[in-house]
Design a protein around this ligand. Sequence first.
Ligand code: ADP
Ligand code: AMP
Length: 221
Amino acid sequence: MALDRALIFLGPPGAGKGTQAKQIAQSCGVPHLSTGDMFRDAVSRGTDLGRQVKPIMERGELVPDDMVMKLVEERLARPDCAHGFVFDGFPRTIAQATALDGILARRGFGKPLVIDLAVSADMLMRRLTGRRTCSVGGEIYNVYDAPPKTPDVCDVDGGRLVQRSDDRPEVVTERLAAYERQTRPLTDYYRRQGVLDAVDASASVEEVGRALREILKSVKS
Ligand code: ADP
Ligand code: AMP
């Protein structure tokens, strides 16, 4: 399934953006661009960027727009982005969304397809505190709802599963507040452009995946 556009997943932390974005990017043969993964990679490598964003991420706040846009603009210039890409966790502010509009236009892409993953707040806490991620390949699990076959070991590559430090309940509260304050307004922004679809993300991973594939099919036809 070709994509030839930007696919954007909106939705609060824990809605399932990464889980779905990885699968869709893989089936479309385009890159999965998670700005959160890129910042965590910078933190773990101890780069200048990593040193700057670490305390911000640990507080559950958003990284400043100029730092995010620099990262994204550099990433989109790479050749693997020529046929589209799936964003996960970007854009997160109106300023990022308007900057992205400009980049997409300059790179010859049309309007993005935006899908809002909607979930209730109590479910988000369970998903975030139960989340575990493979330290090798980044596969996503949940100790309650999507456990690995062997506890703490990745089914795919045997990597050790780790808990993100910002998935502690006190940081989760701040991340959800940042979402409401700075990111939720993007649903109106994209609705006004006529590019927003919504999916009930409280359903199972498989059901959400099915609903997303239906949307992609209808956009293509
Ligand atoms: P996000 O990228 O939006 O923060 P993730 O994709 O990392 O969210 O998912 C958060 C947690 O919820 C993970 O532990 C994941 O395994 C789990 N999860 C994702 N989608 C579902 C779903 N539809 N049903 C149950 N658990 C899910
Ligand atoms: P995520 O992995 O998407 O949950 O992001 C983890 C953290 O990285 C967020 O809480 C922010 O501190 C930072 N981050 C990721 N993407 C962005 C973005 N687009 N804008 C600002 N901060 C971001």
